[in-house]
Design a protein around this ligand. Structure first.
Ligand SMILES: *Cc1c(COP(=O)(O)O)cnc(C)c1O
Length: 405
């Protein structure tokens, strides 16, 4: 096996791998696949109508169903979440200056600012929510600050009330990248109803998927009209272009897949809840494994299952556990490592200095997302948990042996 740098206990790890290795690779996620015959039937309808895109009937039906399922007033479908984010910024006319954002996210969040000619200002995260730390936002606000772009990482709500307060004091817009927050409820509301605009991603790795796809949620009908024009080249009517739009439209093929997914999403979410509860039970009490507690008053949909590894107590680093799990055919993911602020396109920014982002730095080195998806066998969760518990035992036994040798 790959050298974990654990010296004389390598044999014990080899034994653990031999006993626990799964016969097939388990990925961090798998899409919920709708019934193929049903999808073919929907395709037959598309063939008949010959309407392939531009607000077709399936597109409009999916918009309607998602509005009601998510409990939001104004929703607009997109070809993907990244373009939804670009349009969100342009809809609020944020195309210069600075936006305060988190470094602990998928690259698309930060790149959306770059594409709108906005300079990202990275703010450290809170060790509990793992999202923007509101107590560190205000010191970053300057004359060029236009907005706050938060991310509900793993579907865990940002401190939306505190962010709202800061934004209204300073006259800033608030945008949430809610790519992970499909169906999340906070204080009996959709989490998507906070801020000026939230965006969702329906990428194949997300909880609800249309292969590629996304949506934008906003609070007024006027704004939705502007968004709808901007995602269609800025076209408002046959003779009016309101601004420099883009092509962000969702096709009928994606919408058909989404409509089929709608029928499975309730079971998908409840299966994930059961699996998350099982992980919590089985991983509880393993020294050095911390499961971030659910944010209070939140109903989670468990798009991800992150754990934090404290290398000192666990006996191995996150990277060592990552390799060990791979050896056992378990493909966990280091979401989000390294921080996007350390990418060469951003690392020269003053706010990207690692000493300004100590919590994000630490969390990005400790976090590991374990497999979770509705069709994951609970027995596999059992095996993964046993490997983690076994790894800790072997690794700390090694430490004890080294300490006395
Ligand atoms: C997946 C993801 C995106 C990008 O969404 P796409 O639909 O793939 O463009 C943006 N932000 C976050 C946090 C994501 O996880």
């Amino acid at each position: 096996m790959t050298d974990l740098g654990l010296g004389k206990v390598a044999n014990d790890f080899a034994d653990l791998i031999r006993r626990r290795k799964l016969p097939e690779v388990v990925y961090v996620t798998r899409p919920t696949m709708p019934n193929l015959e049903g999808y073919v039937q929907m395709l037959a309808g598309i063939w008949e109508r010959k309407l392939l895109t531009n607000q077709g009937p399936l597109h409009n039906e999916l918009e309607e169903k998602l509005r009601s399922f998510l409990g939001v007033e104004h929703l607009s479908l997109f070809c993907n979440g990244t373009i939804a984010l670009l349009v969100a910024l342009e809809a609020l006319r944020i195309n210069s200056g600075e936006v305060i954002t988190t470094p602990f996210t998928f690259p698309a969040t930060t790149h959306s600012l770059y594409w709108n000619r906005v300079r990202p200002v990275f703010c450290d995260i809170d060790p509990v929510t793992l999202n923007l730390d509101p107590s560190k936002i205000e010191r970053l606000i300057g004359p060029d600050t236009r907005a706050i772009l938060g991310v509900h990482v793993y579907g865990r709500p940002c401190d939306v009330e505190a962010i709202d307060r800061i934004a209204s004091i300073h006259g800033l817009n608030v945008i949430y990248d809610a790519a992970h927050a499909f169906g999340v409820r906070y204080k009996n509301n959709s989490l998507l109803s906070y801020g000026d605009i939230s965006i969702l991603s329906f990428h194949g790795t997300k909880l609800f998927t249309t292969a590629e796809g996304g949506a934008l949620v906003c609070s007024t009908n006027d704004r939705r009209q502007r968004v709808n024009s901007l995602k269609n080249f800025g076209i408002a009517d046959e003779e009016t272009v309101i601004g420099p739009g883009i092509n962000g439209k969702m096709s009928e093929f994606q919408a058909a897949f989404g409509l089929m997914q709608m029928e499975l999403i309730g079971d998908e979410i409840s299966n994930r809840r059961n699996l998350a509860a099982l992980y919590k039970e089985l991983l509880a009490g393993i020294p050095g494994i911390q499961i971030p507690a659910d944010v209070p008053e939140t109903v989670s949909t468990y798009a991800y299952f992150p754990v934090l590894i404290d290398a000192t107590r666990f006996g191995m680093t996150r990277d060592q556990l990552f390799v060990l799990l791979r050896e056992c055919n378990i493909f966990a993911r280091k979401y989000f490592y390294p921080l996007i602020s350390s990418a060469s396109c951003y690392s020269a920014l003053p706010s990207a200095t690692t000493s300004h982002l100590p919590v994000a730095e630490r969390i990005s080195r400790q976090v590991l997302c374990l497999p979770i998806y509705g069709s994951l066998d609970p027995q596999t969760v059992g095996v993964i948990s046993k490997i983690i518990a076994g790894a800790q035992e072997v690794a700390t036994r090694g430490t004890a042996a080294r300490a006395t040798s």
